[in-house]
Design a protein around this ligand. Structure first.
Ligand SMILES: Nc1ncnc2c1ncn2[C@@H]1O[C@H](COP(=O)(O)OP(=O)(O)O)[C@@H](O)[C@H]1O
Ligand SMILES: [Mg+2]
Length: 332
């Protein structure tokens, strides 16, 4: 049975930030009651606008951020109850991370060889000779020539740097990689190459991948399952083909309608109304302030989960869901 490698259960993250002078402390609701999981061999796509909590989710999934409340499980066990050493050792080698901007994530002065050897050295993997061989294997795995090992990241192109970041994430043979907007900082011309690399690695290594992007087209392209986030919450989740063809949450429909190549001549749903603040999220459904269907009932409480069928694989939180019959082509 393919159990989740990492799962989040009812996770909340509240950041405390100072604003408006020294006295007032604002609480930012970055994640609210998020449940999500990833298994080996599958791609979970996470999509939502800037500020909706995607990077916070990534940080929680890779153990860089502890939740304010809720549980993070690693192979079923409570991650934050593990002794710190065990957490670093077994979780740290099982879950890799790739950030958006490799030019800041990689030390610009160190040769790539040192960058790739660092996790192997820290985790004392193999002999010195084996680590050296592993560096070359890793470069091959991400499609880079061996001589890149001698170059510092500053001498590489953006696409090559992001390949190095992927290689570093792969160094300890993780089960899962969390990639937070891994192509957003790249030239359009090399984005597809890095996406194809990630898809290819999933297939060849049986990796699990959490692929985070603000671009639903990119997510749709790569993901097996899609989780749609809005203001710190997952508002719809399901198999990628289901979510794409039969999105039930109005916000998901709006996201897809803004991706014209998927929709042909479909009418674009333009969201109006203010983007609410994560410091003072609206009561009830957070999307109601921009939703064309919202009524008083939407302010009462966050809608409970509804599902397309009994197994609940496609679920959403909305009291006025879109019809599953009408395709997105015809909606509105
Ligand atoms: N360290 C922090 N301190 C205070 N607020 C933060 C911090 N990190 C993120 N936030 C806030 O949390 C919310 C979610 O941010 P983030 O997870 O970066 O979203 P995304 O990656 O989707 O753009 C935003 O309102 C952001 O301003
Ligand atoms: Mg982000």
């Amino acid at each position: 049975m393919n159990e989740p490698v990492v799962s989040l259960e009812g996770v909340h993250v509240v950041h405390t930030s100072r604003s408006g002078g020294v006295v007032r402390r604002d609480r930012v609701h970055a994640l609210t009651d998020v449940t999500a999981s990833v298994r080996r061999g599958e791609v979970l796509g996470v999509v939502g606008e800037s500020g909706c909590g995607k990077s916070t989710l990534a940080r929680v999934m890779v153990g860089l951020q502890a939740p304010t409340s809720g549980t993070v499980r690693f192979r079923g066990g409570d991650l934050w109850s593990m002794p710190a050493r065990a957490r670093r050792k077994s979780f740290g080698s099982s879950v890799g991370v790739v950030f958006q901007d490799a030019s800041t994530a990689l030390n610009p002065r160190l040769p790539v060889r040192r960058i790739l050897r660092d996790p192997l050295d820290v985790h004392a993997r193999g002999t010195a000779r084996e680590r050296e061989a592993r560096v070359l294997d890793l470069l091959g795995l991400v499609g880079l020539p061996g001589h890149v090992a001698d170059a510092p990241p500053g001498r590489l192109s953006g696409g090559q740097r992001q390949r190095v970041a992927v290689a570093r994430a792969l160094a300890l043979e993780p089960d899962v990689i969390v990639a937070d907007e891994p192509t957003s900082a790249l030239d359009v011309s090399v984005r597809a190459q890095v996406l194809n690399l990630l898809g290819d690695l999933r297939a060849r290594l049986g990796l699990g991948l959490v692929f985070i992007s603000h671009d639903i087209q990119t997510v749709r392209h790569l993901a097996d399952r899609i989780a749609v986030m809005y203001l710190g919450r997952v508002i719809e989740e399901g198999p990628a083909s289901e979510v794409a063809a039969r999105a039930r949450h109005p916000y998901t429909r709006a996201l897809f309608s803004a991706a014209p190549s998927l929709l042909g001549a479909a009418e674009r749903i333009v969201l109006t109304g203010p983007v609410p603040s994560a410091t003072h999220p609206p009561s009830g459904c957070p999307f109601r302030t921009r939703c064309w269907k919202a009524g008083d009932e939407c302010a009462a409480r966050f809608p409970p989960s509804a599902a397309a069928d009994r197994d609940g694989r496609h679920s959403w939180h909305c009291v006025h869901p879109e019809s599953p019959i009408r395709s997105i082509r015809e909606s509105r």
